[in-house]
Design a protein around this ligand. Sequence first.
Ligand code: FES
Length: 107
Amino acid sequence: MNVATKQWVAVGQLNDIPRQGARCVKNGEMTIAVFRTSDDRIYALEDKCPHKNGPLSQGIVHDGCVTCPLHNWVISLETGTAQGADEGATLSFPTKLEEDGSVLIGL
Ligand code: FES
């Protein structure tokens, strides 16, 4: 589920995020996991699995998805939706990668 973008917020550098890993940033009460794929694409999802709120930032990133560390639901990094037979979605946010390696997320 995408939310309307209000502003672009810099959340650090590409190299601050491990490949196939994530880094968390706070937005008020919400924690947002910023993911980096093996080919350096960046995605941002609320750090909350649609199943039982597992920390997606601690999951395994693969094939444009993250596997939740708690019960292995597979969540699309692009849309935040659960894949396969599972149903639900977490909030997703647009991202931008600048030439200088700055990572921005749209909030
Ligand atoms: S909390 Fe993520 S799969 Fe159960």
